[in-house]
Design a protein around this ligand. Structure first.
Ligand SMILES: Cc1cc2nc3c(=O)[nH]c(=O)nc-3n(C[C@H](O)[C@H](O)[C@H](O)COP(=O)(O)OP(=O)(O)OC[C@H]3O[C@@H](n4cnc5c(N)ncnc54)[C@H](O)[C@@H]3O)c2cc1C
Ligand code: SF4
Length: 470
């Protein structure tokens, strides 16, 4: 275990950030990594609890106490080997995972969990810097071929595992670049896209063929999939939740992903599709209080919005959780992202009633406060000025037209592709599903877990047995 008395000697420390007024001038990542000696102290704080609740709290079951100890002892090469044994892409989770592990840490009972995510980030960045992230091509080939459809974190994890098991893997992606929501949804200030590209290079060297600009069910016929021994669907949950209120059709009201994707394309130098959606000098209202909404806030501020307001229908969560009632589980509590620190008015328990406009363009939103059952509270009606409204209310299910319906697959009650988490097999035995397309909108760490587990299920299906980790 770290240092027996480490948690008493050293305070929790996480990376500093560039000041909000400076970082809104650019789209780059803005955290300032800790020095190696500070990281060692953070590793030393881990108590290696008899029951490592963090390990259970992490969806990929990262073996956290082991790499905490290795970082404390300056054994970085071993730390990355342990980390990679459970997580294909710690550079993604080390940046953008909400870190349920830290909520589960025993030291969180004292509000000072081990800085697990910070250490994870440092371990993988040091490994890349030291040349330790090398291609791991399979030693033998199986002669089987697998198509993976959708190059987000689930598809990338599945493809990497399947290639390492010796299968021929083609990863189809409808966009020009791989990464899924990591590339086209999540802004560069949370995750720069070179981070995806260096991992893609490793996967290509391991034999994964990336076939981009290939929209299966649209530009690539579904019949092409019949030539493969197995197919993995990892196309995400891309159907956005709409706002069915009068005035929805007005100009200036857009889905969050249309806005975010445009900015990600601009930063990457990719052509922007359609007319520009820009927050510059606009009064922006973001509807929806989750990660997507926060990313709209950060992007709007970088584009120079006149004002940014974020509204959410759920009530304001408590500032602090009741630890003894919630620990080691993920608590409901107020969470603020770095984007909120950059300037944003936040309101909770608010429902949008109508969008009002002039000359076909939105100018106001009529809103009302709601009670715990989302019923309007009489007398609380109010108006918000808005000339750009971004709908960030989540995603309902995957797109059905084209691929999912083209394969004639069963869906679950929520419209996701139906498959369990043991075999990941759909109603077509040769077709498997993982990530948001199966579980609904979720997190990157869950997508990686499902991609890994699905790859093992496919390997077992093809070979009768599998050496891939569960
Ligand atoms: C704006 C935003 C911010 C987020 N922030 C966070 C965060 O901070 N932390 C976090 O953990 N999670 C976050 N999430 C959630 C996270 O990004 C997703 O849960 C995760 O990316 C899902 O991975 P996936 O591989 O299942 O799907 P996706 O990432 O959606 O990837 C699916 C891929 O499949 C492709 N595709 C779809 N259909 C086809 C087809 N027919 N043919 C070819 N290609 C196809 C798509 O183009 C896409 O590239 C965020 C989501 C959004 C929208
Ligand atoms: S992947 Fe997420 S939950 Fe797991 S150790 Fe990393 S930050 Fe924690």
């Amino acid at each position: 275990m770290g240092k027996a008395t480490g948690f008493k000697e050293f305070a929790r420390q996480t990376p500093g950030t560039e000041k909000p007024e400076e970082r809104v001038k650019h789209y780059r990542e803005f955290t300032k990594p800790l020095a190696a000696e500070d990281l060692s102290k953070q590793g030393a704080r881990c108590m290696d609890c008899g029951i490592p609740f963090c390990h259970q709290g992490c969806p990929v079951n990262n073996i956290i106490p082991d790499w905490n100890d290795l970082v404390y002892r300056d054994r970085w090469a071993e730390a990355i080997a342990v980390l990679h044994s459970t997580n294909n892409f710690p550079e993604f989770t080390g940046r953008i995972c909400p870190a349920p592990c830290e909520a589960s840490c025993t030291l969180n009972l004292e509000d000072s969990p081990v800085a697990i995510k910070t250490i994870e980030h440092a371990v993988i960045e040091r490994a890349f810097a030291d040349g330790l992230v090398k291609p791991e091509p399979a030693k033998t080939r199986t002669g089987k071929n697998v198509a993976v459809i959708g190059a987000g974190p689930a598809g990338m994890a599945a493809a990497q595992q399947l290639a390492r098991a010796g299968h021929g893997v083609v990863l189809y992606e409808k966009n020009a670049q791989p990464g899924g929501l990591l590339r086209y949804g999540i802004p560069d200030f949370k995750l720069e896209k070179t981070i995806i590209e260096r991992r893609v290079a490793q996967m290509q060297a391991e034999g994964v063929e990336f076939r981009t600009n290939a929209h299966v069910g649209v530009t690539v016929p579904v019949s092409e999939l019949h030539g493969y021994d197995a197919v993995v669907l990892s196309g995400g949950s891309e159907k956005p939740r709409d706002l069915p209120v009068p005035g929805r059709q007005l100009g200036g009201i857009h889905f969050a992903m249309d806005f975010l994707t445009q900015q990600n394309r601009r930063v990457s130098g990719e052509p922007v599709k359609g007319a520009d959606i820009l927050a510059t000098a606009k009064k922006v209202v973001v509807i929806g209080g989750g990660d997507t909404g926060a990313d709209c806030v950060g992007t709007s501020n970088r584009q120079g919005a006149a004002s940014v307001t974020q509204i959410e229908i759920m009530p304001r969560p408590p500032e602090k959780e009741d630890k003894l009632a919630t620990w080691p589980h993920w608590p409901n509590k107020l969470r603020s992202s770095t984007s909120h620190d950059e300037g944003c008015e936040r309101r909770w328990s608010v429902s949008t009633v109508e969008a009002v406009g002039k000359d076909g363009h939105v100018t106001h939103l009529k809103c009302v406060e709601v009670d715990a059952k989302f019923q309007p509270v009489p007398g609380t009606e109010f108006t918000l000025e808005a000339d750009l409204v971004l709908l960030a209310m989540g995603f309902v299910h995957p797109v059905h037209e084209g691929l999912v319906d083209g394969l004639g697959l069963d869906k679950d009650g929520r419209g996701n592709v139906k498959a369990d988490t043991v075999k990941y097999q759909t109603s077509n035995p040769k077709v498997f599903a993982a990530g948001d397309i199966r579980r609904g909108q979720s997190l990157v760490v869950w997508a990686i877990r499902e991609g890994r587990q699905c790859a093992r299920a496919v390997d077992e299906f093809l070979m009768g047995t599998s050496d891939l980790p569960r």
